[in-house]
Ligand binder design. Structure first.
Ligand code: TYD
Ligand code: MG
Length: 451
């Protein structure tokens, strides 16, 4: 009797019983591959297990000890430093700077007294040493190995007993107990599982690198996200020097926290004041440019949103978005049309978040809308103005969280005015002139008439 075939998506890990060109779960194309099931699994008759000792909630242990890297941008994203006995996944596009970040982090932790082992499966030891030399890290007491057999690596970690191990990358690691090739969903899962349980058992922190993959063959980091304690994504636009480390899951700290770095010739340096950086490229006030007062994690960040509207070729209007959600843009365009009488039919619309930042907050709705209105009407907004607020389908504006933090940051950077939803109570302590708008139609009319 042939075993049942299982097909797995290499991006999200969803399984299905037959092959298809598109994953039903995540919608990715060409990512479904046949999966070789693990040797051990359900189906074998289970022996009766041992009964567990149960505890109650009050017997909580002391909070886990943390070690700081001394790099504020990294420590904050980790939730206040590195936690012992934890598994961390660092995902990101190839070439974005994951190895650079982790080599620099390894060196910092080693200098702060942690015993650190760095295992590379991607590069030769020589390549990593050359990078270390370029970054001026050769003096740091980091132990290095270039290897991909996980059994040997675990044995080494067992005898070396480091406090931090970096595995670059999880897709190059392989276990001889799993039949399929390195990089396949089953290998990546099994390797991540081994490393995670090793981290828990031996009380060490293990950082795994995972490349984001665009199509089949190699499993992406999302297939192991559920196993690890912390998931960080390293994002950025390769054309820009800014890099953002974002916590999307953290069992030991707040998620959505970000750290901002700049890629220089000497590796990554921290950016302490990201708002100033994101606004630094702003030129003379142009129509379609709006400063959005956003919040990323616990931190206010100001950035520029740019819109461009141009006549479309007959029958093919384009909607192009960088750094924001395309579906959300379609919604804003529909609400502008239905509630404020501003139509973009027959027009191409381009929207861009400057600096390579990705925004997910609904609070950006109003800033996007104002950028579109300004681009459409060719009237620039006052350059000393920040905008934020959520737009509902009815065209009403909803207040957003942390209004005061947003206003404070804007004031710190020299802005004088804010356009925002009508507030239920007065925002304390901001020196900004507040232009409160009850709904989108009012905001649009006021912008058109220049008030
Ligand atoms: P890398 O860390 O190898 O990326 P990843 O591990 O995510 O694939 O970084 C690759 C890029 O970073 C490469 O294009 C060169 C650039 N880089 C610098 O600009 N400055 C530096 O000091 C280093 C080490 C890399
Ligand atoms: Mg790398």
């Amino acid at each position: 009797m042939g075993r049942e075939q299982v097909f797995t998506c290499t991006v999200c890990g969803a399984t299905q019983s037959k092959w298809s060109g598109r994953c039903d779960a995540c919608g990715a194309w060409n990512t479904i591959v046949e999966e070789v099931p693990l040797a051990v699994g359900p189906g074998k008759a289970l022996k009766r297990g041992n009964s567990l000792t149960l505890t109650d909630l009050a017997t909580a242990e002391a909070p886990p000890p943390r070690t700081e890297a001394g790099v504020a941008e990294l420590d904050r994203v980790l939730g206040g430093g590195l936690v012992a006995a934890s598994a961390i996944l660092v995902g990101g596009d190839p070439g974005i700077g994951k190895s650079t970040l982790l080599l620099q982090a390894a060196a910092r932790f080693a200098r702060n007294g942690l015993k650190v082992v760095y295992v590379t499966g991607e590069e030769s030891a020589g390549q990593v040493q050359m990078r270390a030399q370029r970054l001026g890290l050769t003096e740091s007491p980091v132990k290095l190995a270039a290897h991909t057999n996980l059994r040997d690596i675990l044995a080494t970690l067992d005898s070396e007993a480091p406090q931090l191990a970096i595995i670059d990358s999880i897709q190059t690691m392989w276990l001889d107990t799993v039949e399929s090739a390195p990089g396949s969903v089953s290998q990546v899962r099994a390797a991540a599982h081994e490393l995670t349980s090793f981290a828990k058992r031996r009380g060490i922190a293990i950082v795994m690198v995972g490349h984001v993959t665009k199509e089949g063959a190699i499993a992406g980091p999302r297939v192991v996200e559920h196993m690890v304690d912390t998931v960080l994504y390293f994002e950025g636009d390769r054309g820009h020097q800014f890099r953002i480390l974002r916590a999307v899951k953290n069992r030991f700290g707040p998620a959505d926290e970000i750290g901002v770095f700049e890629m220089t010739g000497k590796g990554l340096t921290e950016v302490r004041n990201p708002s100033a950086l994101f606004l630094s490229e702003r030129g003379t006030p142009a129509p379609g440019s709006v400063v959005f007062a956003g919040i990323e994690g616990s931190r206010p960040i100001l950035c520029e949103i740019q819109a461009l509207v141009a006549p479309a070729a007959p029958g093919q209007t384009r909607r192009s978005v960088v750094g924001w959600d395309g579906g959300r843009l379609a919604m804003i365009l529909a609400v502008l049309d239905a509630r404020a009488g501003l139509s973009f039919a027959g027009l191409d619309v381009y929207l861009n978040v400057a600096g390579g930042l990705k925004i997910t907050e609904p609070a950006a709705d109003l800033a996007v809308a104002m950028a579109l209105v300004s681009a459409q009407s060719q009237q620039p907004l006052d350059p000393q103005t920040v905008v934020f607020g959520e737009i509902s389908l009815s065209g009403a504006l909803r207040p957003v969280s942390q209004t005061e933090n947003r206003l404070k940051e804007a004031q710190k950077l020299g802005f004088t005015t804010a356009i925002l939803p009508t507030l239920a109570k007065r925002a304390a302590g901001s020196g900004l002139a507040l232009r409160e708008k009850p709904d989108l139609a009012t905001a649009v009319t006021d912008q058109m008439s220049g008030t």
